[in-house]
Design a protein around this ligand. Sequence first.
Ligand code: CAA
Length: 259
Amino acid sequence: MKAFESLNVEIKEGIYWLTLNRPEARNALDAKMLEEIDTALVEAEADEDVRVIIIQGAGGKSFAAGADIKQLNTRKPLEALIPGMQGLYQKLENSKKVTIAAVNGYALGGGCELALACDIRIATNKAKLGLPELNLGIIPGAGGTQRLARIVGKGRALDMILTGKIIDGEEAERIGLVTYFVSEDELTSKVESIAGDILKKGPVAIQLAKFAVHKGYDIDEGTAMWIEKLSQAVAFGTEDKDEGTKAFIEKRKAEFKNR
Ligand code: CAA
């Protein structure tokens, strides 16, 4: 496992715990941290034993306070065209592992967009989420204008983006921005319990289901149905499908092999 400056990573029982660790800057995502997240994702992706990636923030006050504003201050227009944070979050969304954002404290701007790029989001009673980029004279540029609208609907996304309002975890759950709302004390047990459910499933089926939902979401329904059909055909060719169906018939727990 690689050593990082701005991240803590730990692999435990199939889970890759990725902790953003710049609490003195509220875990703001500077160039170094983004580079390290990229490296960590490559590492997690390559590890067959890792099935779930959980992203959280160190320090208790912040998940991530967004892009590093000190670095944004000197950024030129053409530098904003590189894949950067948006490209990194695309990689995260395309990961074959299941990604979970455990949001405690601030998830603002690029921090909120990081959570939006995960498959499952959990927020605590201390969470504060928002896209306040317009306060800085810029717009959400790491998928926020697109993913937020797809997740909570265009009206709510426009309201949040145009007013820059910060909402708490309870409201985030009410509008569907996060999947679960828990107290701070319950956060770790909740993410572990969700991860535990995922770990019981066949890894190939997980990957195919995630692919079908993400890739089918933005295209016409007929083509999306074909994506589902073809993904299912792949699943039917796996030993995991033989094992999963056989285990049900034999009334025992399935032992999936990822093939
Ligand atoms: N970038 C750089 N530094 C940041 C930062 C950020 N996004 N957020 C916080 N920090 C730094 C502060 O500058 C401060 O540093 P110093 O101690 O050296 O002064 C330190 O973290 C602590 O911050 P505060 O004193 O402000 O802490 P707080 O608890 O009172 O407030 C906060 C926390 C509400 C998160 C506040 O810091 C804040 O509003 N941060 C900016 C949030 C923001 O606008 N994010 C969007 C960034 S743009 C973006 O993300 C673009 C995109 O789409 C990719």
